[in-house]
Design a protein around this ligand. Structure first.
Ligand SMILES: Cc1ncc(COP(=O)(O)O)c(C=O)c1O
Length: 391
């Protein structure tokens, strides 16, 4: 029987202890003891499988990574300490001096920083491409890239790219496609099944879903993961056993949480679209949005984030944030609690105004991470803040 997403998300690969606990135990240990010197030698030589040291592997982090890989439709997965460590591990493991990376301009600020300021230290070049410009993508392959990196939907503008189309283009040009699937999660979109070679995650966001732990993951084929695994094991951005346990438990409820995040977000986006104080709304599953057709094809639902452009620019945007009562102002997203962010002065503040505008970040652009509160209360909070800051 081919099991469905929700069922696969609840299965644990961990066996219970003598106490037969219903919830899998946490293997909170830095190392493992060996029965004898021969067993130790066999593990170190690779002749035998098993656990020896938690930087290398741990039952809880393995449980999380293998479950996520199943949900992504990938052959295997690697758990990492954070989303950024997953992204950096992929770049560091798969690129070498003289290589080139193509990346969408619409990506998370720290990912951009790694490509723009850290990779060049090792002579790894890059070309930024407008996510919507198909001609520019085709042209950019003249740079002979080894790797292409995109986020879809992107942070914070919620722009989409056709993964199936880009994967074909990458493979015709012998490049690997890496997709950051943080915003969609495998419940809404499975990039590997659309042709991507690797998927990376900030599990800190919707996968945890309750603002408790940091975590990351890389999913893909065994072949592509081998070098990444070696990099993580040797350099140490490993996930803590406790975080692996939390994240594996969190996957159990991902589908129901995402259903509610998405329905709340769609209702909020629909409400804001006709609001007099709002210039424009960004939400992939909003009819008339520029990516609507693609979003319907590629994503099961539109996700839990809504972007909006408030009339009055920067000063109004700031005043609006200060007038919110239910929404928290925090650097995270994907939490049960609704969160409001001003990308121009936070996540993307390192970009100059021109670079911000190129990816749709105007001074009045706000991003809502729509939580699991009742939608009436979420809308009421935003409405009162818009009313209070009306000029
Ligand atoms: C799309 C995306 N990728 C990666 C990251 C980095 O994840 P972490 O904070 O877990 O390192 C973030 C963080 O906001 C993100 O939004």
């Amino acid at each position: 029987m081919k099991k469905k997403f929700e069922t696969l998300a609840i299965e644990s690969r961990l066996s219970t202890s003598a106490f037969r606990e219903q919830s899998p135990p946490i293997y909170m240990t830095s190392s493992y003891s060996f029965e004898n010197a021969e067993a130790r030698a066999a593990l170190f030589s690779g002749d035998q499988e098993g656990y020896m040291y938690s930087r290398v592997s741990n039952p809880n982090t393995d449980d999380f990574a293998t479950k996520l890989a199943v949900l992504e439709g990938a052959e295997n997965g690697i758990a990492t300490a954070s989303g950024m460590s997953a992204i950096f591990a992929v770049f560091a493991a798969l690129l070498k001096s003289g290589d080139h990376i193509l990346a969408s301009k619409s990506i998370f600020g720290s990912s951009r920083h790694v490509i723009e300021h850290i990779l060049p230290q090792w002579n790894i070049g890059h070309t930024w491409v407008d996510i919507h410009d198909t001609k520019a993508w085709t042209e950019a392959f003249k740079m002979n890239p080894q790797l292409v990196f995109v986020e879809t939907p992107s942070n914070p503008s919620l722009d989409l790219i056709d993964i199936d189309w880009l994967a074909q283009l990458c493979h015709e040009n012998n490049a690997l496609l890496v997709v950051d699937n943080t915003f969609a999660t495998p419940y809404l979109q499975q990039p590997i099944l659309l042709g991507a070679d690797l998927v990376v995650h900030s599990a800190t966001k919707y996968i945890d879903g309750q603002g408790r732990v940091l975590g990351g993951a890389i999913c893909g084929s065994q072949k592509q993961l081998e070098k990444c695994l070696e990099f993580v094991r040797k350099t140490g951005p490993s996930q803590s056993p406790f975080n692996g346990w939390v994240l594996s438990k969190s996957l159990e409820t991902l589908a129901v949480r995402m259903d509610r995040h998405c329905s709340n977000a769609l209702q909020l986006a629909t409400h804001l679209k006709s609001h007099k104080e709002i210039e424009k709304v960004a939400y992939p599953h909003l009819p008339n949005s520029s990516d609507y057709e693609l979003a319907r094809r590629q994503m099961r639902q539109g996700g839990g984030l809504v972007g909006c452009f408030v009339k009055g620019g920067l000063s109004r945007g700031r005043a609006f944030l200060n007038a919110l009562q239910l929404h928290s102002l925090t650097a995270n997203l994907g939490d049960t609690r609704s969160i409001a962010t001003h990308p121009a002065s936070t996540t993307h503040s390192k970009l100059d105004t021109k670079q911000q505008l190129e990816i749709g970040i105007t001074p009045g652009f706000l991003r809502f991470s729509v939580g699991l509160e009742h939608i009436d209360d979420i809308i009421a909070d935003i409405d009162q803040a818009l009313f209070k800051t009306k000029s």
